[in-house]
Design a protein around this ligand. Structure first.
Ligand SMILES: Cc1ncc(COP(=O)(O)O)c(C=O)c1O
Length: 411
């Protein structure tokens, strides 16, 4: 039997983690600027998280999807503390992809429609519906056709495909949505969007998400905030929709809410619940609403609250952004540094973009785990919220050294 690598792999076997550091089989340490796959927001092996995991595994992990448990009741109470009062119905699942899938089913069942608006360049997950709506699904070439998918331009004003310059009037990139919705009133179920796009760390311009909210309400389309990556503090607020002063109809939470364990949550309103009765029995899986998931959700929210880690994400994100902007001034290879909270992108100039993978590989060799997203020529930094200034300084120094070695145009 051989392991089948269905995605690119690093040539390192990891055995242990503590805080922002992980170790390989030879004892070599690495600074994890990637939080695993952006999940380990508390760092690896946080003692309170570990205690909750250990205690719950000895008590009860799994009940079957049709039982309630005190852990799920407690998790609902914790979620209520951090969510707007309208978002008061929750289902506990396992991965971000699955939660996106269920959110879409809820939207289709509530509206009786199958038209979904998505944003070009997005990523929503690995399951069929989620992938079909993602940029990666467009080129897969084997997915069955699913519903009606309408792609809206990426809200990246620096590369506006509508030929506009920022500030523009009323977001012409959303005109197609308004025109289509006007003509096809009964076809649209949802607008699915990421408040900050993980691919390239694209932060939509001020007012864009609020405009999505307005259009969704105007045409009776459900607005799904896909916060698998941005949720639970990553952008410096509990949820990124708070930056835009809006409330979505459906919220998808993943990654951070398990802090390294497979937990995701779909949250919606009582009104959407009433309208989606046809979902009953049509999204049931073995580990849905497990007490283990409930316990993890409560533990993660409590730790984020007690240790003020959402605030820390904002502070450490600002420090990381500042340090990388300073590096940009010294290094011509960097064309832009952008981000929100502790979700930061460093884009390479097009003429050196082909060197990105080599830079990431070299950084790994000297003990730094960093991701390079080649379609946008962007290094993506999603460290745990607990990263220290010293760790950030150590990384920026190493980053400069490697950029100079590989591209040789840093001062
Ligand atoms: C924005 C976004 N949505 C959805 C997903 C899918 O989540 P999961 O990998 O937990 O299924 C990801 C994963 O990287 C993501 O970044």
């Amino acid at each position: 039997m051989r392991f089948w690598k269905t995605n690119p792999f690093n040539p390192v076997t990891l055995v242990r983690g503590q805080g922002c550091t992980v170790w390989d089989t030879s004892g070599k340490s690495y600074l994890d600027l990637h939080s695993g796959t952006w999940c380990a927001v508390l760092g690896h092996g946080h003692p309170k998280w570990l205690a909750a995991v250990q205690e719950q595994t000895t008590k009860l992990t799994h009940t079957g999807a049709s039982f309630l448990s005190t852990e799920i009741e407690e998790a609902l109470t914790k979620l209520k503390q951090i969510l707007p009062h309208e978002l008061n119905r929750a289902v506990f699942l396992n991965t971000g992809s699955e939660a996106v899938e269920m959110a879409l089913k809820i939207a289709c069942s509530a509206t009786g429609s199958d038209g979904i608006f998505t944003i070009e360049g997005s990523y929503y997950g690995a399951t069929t519906f989620a992938l079909a709506l993602s940029e990666a699904g467009r080129t897969a070439g084997y997915l069955p056709s699913i519903g009606h998918i309408y792609r809206l331009p990426t809200p990246n004003c620096k590369r506006c495909t509508m030929g506009q310059t920022w500030p523009c009037d009323d977001f012409p990139c959303l005109n197609a949505l308004a025109q289509w919705a006007e003509k096809n009133k009964h076809r649209a179920a949802a607008i699915l969007y990421e408040p900050v796009m993980e691919a390239g760390i694209i932060v939509p311009p001020i007012g864009y998400c609020a405009r999505l909210r307005t259009l969704a309400s105007q045409f009776n389309i459900l607005l799904i905030a896909e916060e698998v990556t941005t949720g639970m503090g990553r952008t410096g607020h509990w949820f990124a929709f708070e930056h835009d002063n809006i409330v979505p109809d459906i919220l998808v939470i993943g990654k951070a809410i398990g802090a390294g364990l497979p937990v995701s949550v779909v949250v919606t309103t009582s009104e959407v619940e009433k309208r989606s009765q046809k979902i009953m029995g049509r999204h049931v899986q073995s580990h849905q609403n497990d007490p283990f998931s409930g316990r993890i959700v409560s533990a993660v929210i409590s730790i984020l609250q007690e240790e003020q880690l959402v605030e820390r994400a904002a502070e450490q994100g600002a420090y990381l952004l500042t340090k990388l902007k300073e590096l940009q001034l010294e290094c011509l290879a960097i064309s832009e540094v952008r981000g929100r909270g502790i979700m930061v992108g460093v884009e390479l100039h097009p003429d050196v973009a082909s060197k990105g993978a080599e830079i990431a590989k070299r950084l790994l060799e000297i003990g730094f785990i960093i991701d390079f997203h080649s379609p946008t020529a962007t290094f993506r930094l999603f460290p745990p919220y607990v990263i220290s200034n010293e760790e950030i300084d150590g990384f920026t120094k190493a980053f400069k050294q490697v950029l100079s070695e590989v591209i040789s145009n840093c001062k």
